[in-house]
Design a protein around this ligand. Structure first.
Ligand SMILES: Cc1ncc(COP(=O)(O)O)c(C=O)c1O
Length: 366
C-alpha cells in the first residue's frame, strides 16, 4: 500500500466493521485446526454456489489456478486457441497459456470496455476450443449473443468472474451462465479473503468432480490417486473468513452501486466519460472507472492530494513482453489500446463516506 491518505479500497474499515464475528470465526479455525479444506470450506462452497445460482463451487488456492483447472477440465490443451480479451488482468491469459493453449485476443467495446461480442465469430478457427468472456470491473459481458455463438460452433464458455461476485445479466448471476466460471477472492475483491483464494463454479457435476480431485493431487482416497493432480486447495481460514463476509455481499454491492451513482452525478456535469453499463447488466462496481484524455495529469493531482487511484490496466496483454511471441503489435486492438491510455479507477469501497468521494472529485482539478 502506498502512503496515500485515501486508499483505492479500505480493507481495514471492512475488517473493523466485522471484527467481533470475524475474530470468533478465525479463532474457530485455530481451535479445530481445520487448516486446509474441511468444514469451513465445505460450507462456503455450498453457500457460494447457491449465491451464484450454480450447482457446484470448488474452492481453490487462487483465481489463476481456478482458471487453469476449469479450462483443462473443459478440454483445453496444447495448441488449442481460446478467444478472450487483452483488456484484463494477465491471469486470464496465464490460465490459457499454462495449458499450452494460445490466447486469441479480440477487442473490447468502446462503451463498456468488455469483450466486443460482434468480433468473436471472425476470430474462430478450426483450432478454437473455448471462449473466455471477462466480467471486468464488476459488470457482465453481453452473454446471450456470446452463448449463441459458442453453441453454434460447439465451443466451451468459461466466464472469468474474478471481478464480478454478484453481478447479474438479465436476472442470472455471473458464474452461472457458462460451462464454468472462475472467481478470485484476492483481498481487494468484492468478496475478499485474508490471503489468496479462488473457486470454480459450474452446473456440470462431472466437471466439478474432476476439478475437486484435480485440486487435491488427483486423490480418490488419501493415498490412492486416479490421475496426476496438483495442490490448489482453499485454506480453512479463508473459508471461515468468506463465510463471515458472504451474507454481507449483496448489501456491500448495493452500497458500491449507490456510491457509483454519486460519482456519476458529480462527474456528468463536468463532461467526464464513465465506463458505460452493459445493457441487461446489474453491475457490482468492483472498480469505478472513468476515461479521461489527460489521465496522467489527473492521476498526479490525486496522488499529490494523498488519494490513491489506479489504472486497470495500463499495458494491454497483447503488448506485454510476456506475450511477444503472439506477434501482435500496436494498432491491432485499437479500442483496447486507446482505453489503456485514458482509464482511471477512483477510490471506492462499500460504506465509503460520500465526503471522501466529493474530495476525490474536487482534487481531480477538472
Ligand atoms: C480478471 C481477473 N482474472 C483472474 C484473476 C486471478 O485471480 P487471483 O489473483 O486470485 O489468482 C484476477 C484477480 O486478480 C482478475 O482480476
Amino acid at each position: 500500500m502506498s502512503e496515500a491518505k485515501i486508499p483505492l479500497v479500505d480493507l481495514k474499515a471492512q475488517y473493523l466493521s466485522l471484527k467481533p464475528e470475524m475474530d470468533v470465526a478465525i479463532q474457530g479455525v485455530l481451535d479445530t485446526t481445520s487448516f486446509i479444506l474441511g468444514p469451513h470450506v465445505d460450507t462456503f462452497e455450498k453457500r457460494f454456489a447457491e449465491f451464484c445460482g450454480a450447482s457446484h463451487c470448488i474452492g481453490m488456492g487462487n483465481g489463476t489456478d481456478a482458471t487453469v483447472l476449469a479450462l483443462e477440465g473443459l478440454g483445453v490443451g496444447r495448441g488449442d486457441e481460446v478467444i478472450t480479451v487483452s483488456h484484463t488482468f494477465i491471469a486470464t491469459a496465464e490460465g490459457i497459456s499454462e495449458l499450452g493453449a494460445i490466447p486469441v485476443f479480440v477487442d473490447v467495446r468502446d462503451d463498456s470496455l468488455l469483450m466486443d461480442v460482434s468480433k468473436v465469430e471472425a476470430a474462430i478457427t478450426p483450432r478454437t476450443k473455448a471462449i473466455v468472456p471477462v466480467h471486468l470491473y464488476g459488470q457482465t459481458v453481453d452473454m446471450d449473443p456470446l452463448l449463441a455463438i459458442a453453441r453454434k460452433h460447439g465451443l466451451k464458455v468459461m466466464e472469468d468472474a474474478c471481478q464480478a461476485h454478484g453481478a447479474e445479466y438479465r436476472g442470472r448471476r455471473a458464474g452461472s451462465m457458462g460451462d464454468a466460471a472462475t472467481f478470485s477472492y484476492y483481498p481487494g475483491k468484492n468478496l475478499g479473503a485474508y490471503g489468496d483464494a479462488g473457486a470454480v463454479t459450474t452446473n456440470d457435476a462431472k466437471l466439478a468432480d474432476w476439478i475437486r480431485r484435480k485440486r487435491n493431487h488427483g486423490r480418490a482416497t488419501k493415498y490412492t490417486h486416479d490421475f496426476v493432480g496438483r495442490n490448489s486447495r482453499m485454506d480453512g481460514l479463508q473459508g471461515a473468513v468468506l463465510n463471515v463476509k458472504l451474507p454481507h455481499l449483496d448489501s456491500w454491492n448495493a452500497s458500491r452501486r449507490a456510491l457509483a451513482a454519486q460519482y456519476d452525478a458529480l462527474l456528468e456535469p463536468k463532461g467526464i466519460r464513465r465506463v458505460a453499463t452493459q445493457e441487461g447488466c446489474l453491475p457490482v462496481y468492483h472498480l469505478y472507472v472513468i476515461r479521461i484524455p489527460n489521465r496522467d495529469q489527473v492521476l498526479a493531482r490525486l496522488t499529490a492530494a494523498g488519494i490513491e487511484a489506479g489504472i486497470h490496466y495500463p499495458v494491454p496483454l497483447h503488448l506485454q513482453k510476456a506475450y511477444a511471441e503472439l506477434g501482435m503489435k500496436q494498432g491491432d486492438l485499437p479500442v483496447t489500446e486507446a482505453a489503456a491510455g485514458e482509464i482511471l479507477s477512483l477510490p471506492l469501497w462499500p460504506g465509503m463516506d460520500p465526503e471522501i468521494l466529493k474530495f476525490v472529485v474536487a482534487s481531480m482539478g477538472i
